[in-house]
Design a protein around this ligand. Structure first.
Ligand SMILES: Cc1cc2nc3c(=O)[nH]c(=O)nc-3n(C[C@H](O)[C@H](O)[C@H](O)COP(=O)(O)OP(=O)(O)OC[C@H]3O[C@@H](n4cnc5c(N)ncnc54)[C@H](O)[C@@H]3O)c2cc1C
Length: 267
């Protein structure tokens, strides 16, 4: 097995064409045996992709930016940003100094804290290699296998003016999330203009609650009645260490109601 440290995207693209190539970013989700069985290990750390910046109203996060880089920049720009809430509740400080955005987005595990917020923000990924170009994050999630042989170089999304709620359910602060709930509302003169309501960690990996969103849009914030809006919502979960599937369905509903209640009181 040979390790490579590409310094530019051309070198990375060339390496991605090699048979048996494995991308290594933070390395927090790659087992030792996987590295040993790879022919080429591509270490991302020397690429100029460690940035978090806003240009012309669009946020660009380079693949090798670690979670704490994102927290630091967004806290400086907007203390209450959705990503700050989500990422501060991910793993531990030492791990957040290693876990990269590119690795987290490509892996998008069932316990991901990034998935709900990135879906709510309509994020896109810039990719090099086989699928070179811009893709919706949603497409990466639904067609993951097609992205093998490609590397994420950047995640981007518009700087939207939203109010939001994010929470996750886990047994302890540092535990993997059993599920997450993200609610993002665009509000114009106290009336909800657009809504994204997403639960992750469920049987379908994530569920966007379109019917609940439709009930919220056009309503005044103070008129939101969570009990009615989520009345027929029953997100299905597999049994997990944090609880049975049926229990997680109930708790997720509590989180959804709590989130909308909190946003209704936000103004
Ligand atoms: C104890 C613990 C608790 C955790 N809890 C949570 C949690 O609750 N919520 C959460 O969201 N995360 C959590 N994580 C993080 C998560 O499980 C992964 O470890 C992390 O997201 C992987 O990021 P990485 O940079 O280390 O990627 P790596 O481990 O380097 O790579 C992961 C995968 O992505 C591929 N890859 C890496 N970078 C790229 C790229 N740029 N383009 C294409 N493919 C790429 C690799 O080949 C590999 O298949 C936790 C981790 C640990 C260890």
């Amino acid at each position: 097995m040979e390790w490579h440290w590409p310094k530019n995207l051309e070198e990375l693209t060339r390496l991605l064409r090699e048979e048996g190539a494995l991308i290594h970013a933070g390395g927090t989700a790659i087992r030792e045996e996987r590295i040993k069985s790879a022919v080429h290990v591509i270490d991302m750390s020397c690429l100029p992709l460690n940035y978090v910046k806003k240009q012309d109203g669009v946020w660009h996060i380079g693949a090798t930016a670690v979670l704490n880089d994102v927290i630091d920049v967004f806290e400086g720009a907007q203390v209450e940003h959705l990503l700050v809430k989500a990422l501060k509740n991910t793993a531990t400080t030492p791990l957040r100094n290693r876990i990269t955005v590119g690795g987290s987005v490509f892996l998008s595990p069932l316990w991901s804290n990034l998935m709900g917020p990135l879906l709510a923000l309509d994020a896109e990924v810039e990719v090099v290699g086989k699928l070179n170009g811009t893709h919706k994050y949603e497409d990466l999630l639904s067609k993951k296998a097609e992205f093998h042989g490609s590397a994420i170089r950047e995640v981007k999304f518009s700087d939207k003016n939203i109010i939001h709620y994010f929470d996750r359910f886990a047994r302890t602060t540092t535990d993997y999330s059993a599920f997450t709930v993200t609610i993002a509302l665009a509000v114009e003169k106290d009336v909800v203009d657009d809504a994204k309501i997403i639960v992750t960690g469920c049987k379908k990996i994530y569920e966007r609650l379109n019917q609940a969103e439709a009930k919220v849009i056009g309503k005044k914030l103070k008129e939101l009645t969570p009990g009615d809006i989520f009345e027929n919502v029953n997100v299905e979960f597999a049994d997990k260490p944090a609880g049975s599937g049926a229990y997680l369905t109930e708790v997720s509903k509590v989180f959804l109601c709590r989130g909308l209640e909190a946003l209704g009181c936000a103004r």
